[in-house]
Design a protein around this ligand. Structure first.
Ligand code: NAD
Ligand code: 89Y
Length: 343
C-alpha cells in the first residue's frame, strides 16, 4: 500500500518531536507544514526538508493533497482546526489538551463523526514503554484483581522555559500534565465513576495550580489516587516519569524511579528494567515521552490504513477530558463529581 501523506499544523516546541516521530513511522510521510509564525515555519521546514509551507490553515486545506492532518498547536485553536479538518473530510490528530471545554470537545467529536473521518487525540503517555509494561503485567493476571492504585508524577523540573505559556494560564497542572496521569489511570484501571480533587499553587511566579491530589472511584469498584506536582524538589529529579503502584488480590506492581518495575506475587518478586529506548534523535530526560510520540503516530498510521479505531480516539478522550473538568470543579466546590453526568 502507498504511504499515507500528512500535513502538520503548528511548528512549535513540541512539534519538532512529532516531526522526528513521523520520520521514523513506517507508512506515513509529512508533505506540508503550516504555522502562522514565519520563523517557526522556516526552522521546521528547513530542519525536515519540507517544501510545502503555509502560514494560513485555510490555504493549506484549500490546496489539500494529504490524507490526514496532525494538529500540534496549543489548545486555543484546537476546535477551529479539528472542525476545519472535518469540513474538508480530512482525518485528524489533535494534541492534548483536546479542547478548552468539555462541550467544545463533544462538538469536535460530533463534527468528525458526522463527516465520517477518524479523530485521534495525541494522548501519548499511555504509549510510554513503562506504562505499556504495567498494562502487560495486569493483562497476564500476575497480581490477580486490582483493588487499589496510585499514579504519581512529582517533579521540580522547569517546564516553563520551554513552554512559557504554562505559567500564564488560569489552569496549569491538571490541564497540562495531570490530563496524562488521569488517562493512564483510565488505561490501567478502567473508567471512572466519580472524582474528588484538591489543588494548590506553590510557585508564586505562575498563575495556575501546580499541585493536585485526586481520588478516583473506578467503575470496577476499585479506588486510585492521581497525585501530580511541579513544586516537588527531590534528590534525583524524576521528570518525566510517572510512578505506579497497584495492589491486587494476588500481588503488587511497583513502577519506581529509574524505570524499575517490580512484580510481587506467590511466586516471589520479579524486577524488570522497563527503560524506554533512546531513539537517535531523542535527548534525556525527554526520551520516554519522545519514544511514545513515535509509538502513537505509528499506531495512528496502522489504524488509518486498516480502518480500525485508535486507542485514544476523540470519543475515548472525552472520558479523560471529563476527569480534567471534574478535577477543577471538585477543587473549587469541595464536592465529589459524578463523571457520568458530565458525559
Ligand atoms: P508552542 O506555542 O511552542 O507551539 C505552537 C505553535 O502553533 C506555534 O508555533 C504557533 O505559532 C502555532 N499556531 C498556533 N495557532 C495556530 C494556527 N491557528 N495556525 C497556525 N499555527 C498556529 O506550543 P507547544 O509547547 O509546542 O505545545 C503545542 C501543544 O502540544 C500543546 O497543546 C501542548 O499541551 C502539547 N504538548 C504535548 C506534549 C505531549 O507529550 N503530548 C508535550 C508538550 C506539549
Ligand atoms: O506539556 C506537557 C506534556 O504534555 O508533557 C510534559 C509537558 O511538556 C510539561 O508538563
Amino acid at each position: 500500500m502507498a504511504n499515507l501523506t500528512g500535513a502538520l499544523i503548528g511548528c512549535g516546541f513540541f512539534a519538532v518531536n512529532q516531526m522526528h516521530g513521523w520520520s521514523d513511522v513506517k507508512g506515513a510521510t509529512i508533505v506540508a507544514i503550516c504555522d502562522r509564525d514565519p520563523q517557526r515555519l522556516k526552522i521546521v521546514g528547513d530542519q525536515f526538508g519540507i517544501e510545502r509551507r503555509y502560514s494560513d490553515t485555510a490555504a493549506l486545506f484549500a490546496d489539500g493533497g494529504f490524507d490526514f492532518v496532525d494538529i500540534a498547536t496549543t489548545v486555543q485553536s484546537h476546535r477551529t482546526l479539528v472542525e476545519m479538518a472535518a469540513g474538508h473530510k480530512v482525518p485528524a490528530i489533535c494534541q492534548k489538551p483536546f479542547a478548552q471545554t468539555l462541550s467544545d470537545a463533544k462538538a469536535m467529536v460530533a463534527a468528525c463523526r458526522n463527516a465520517g473521518v477518524p479523530l485521534m487525540v495525541h494522548e501519548n503517555f499511555r504509549w510510554q514503554t513503562p506504562i505499556q509494561a504495567v498494562r502487560k503485567v495486569l493483562d497476564n493476571g500476575a497480581i490477580g484483581t486490582p483493588f487499589w492504585g496510585r499514579l504519581s508524577f512529582r517533579s521540580g523540573y522547569d517546564v516553563f522555559s520551554g513552554q512559557p505559556y504554562l505559567a500564564e494560564g488560569e489552569r496549569f497542572i491538571i490541564e497540562d500534565l495531570g490530563i496524562h496521569t488521569l488517562d493512564i489511570a483510565r488505561f490501567l484501571l478502567g473508567d471512572v465513576k466519580s472524582l474528588t480533587a484538591r489543588t494548590k499553587r506553590v510557585n508564586p511566579a505562575i498563575k495556575g495550580e501546580d499541585v493536585a491530589t485526586i481520588l478516583l472511584d473506578h467503575e470496577s469498584g476499585m479506588t486510585s489516587i492521581v497525585d501530580v506536582s511541579y513544586a516537588t524538589k527531590l534528590a534525583v529529579e524524576p521528570f518525566p516519569e510517572t510512578l505506579v503502584e497497584i495492589d491486587g488480590s494476588e500481588g503488587t506492581i511497583r513502577l519506581s524511579q529509574g524505570y524499575r518495575l517490580e512484580v510481587t506475587n506467590g511466586n516471589g518478586t520479579e524486577i524488570i528494567d522497563v527503560s524506554p529506548t533512546l531513539l537517535p534523535w531523542a535527548s534525556r530526560p525527554w526520551h520516554n515521552i519522545q519514544e511514545s510520540v513515535f509509538a502513537i503516530q505509528q499506531h495512528w498510521t496502522d489504524r488509518l490504513m486498516s480502518g480500525g479505531e485508535t486507542s485514544t480516539s476523540g470519543a475515548d478522550n472525552l472520558k479523560t477530558f471529563a476527569l480534567v473538568e471534574a478535577g477543577y470543579e471538585s477543587a473549587s466546590t469541595g464536592r465529589s463529581i459524578d463523571i457520568g453526568v458530565l458525559l
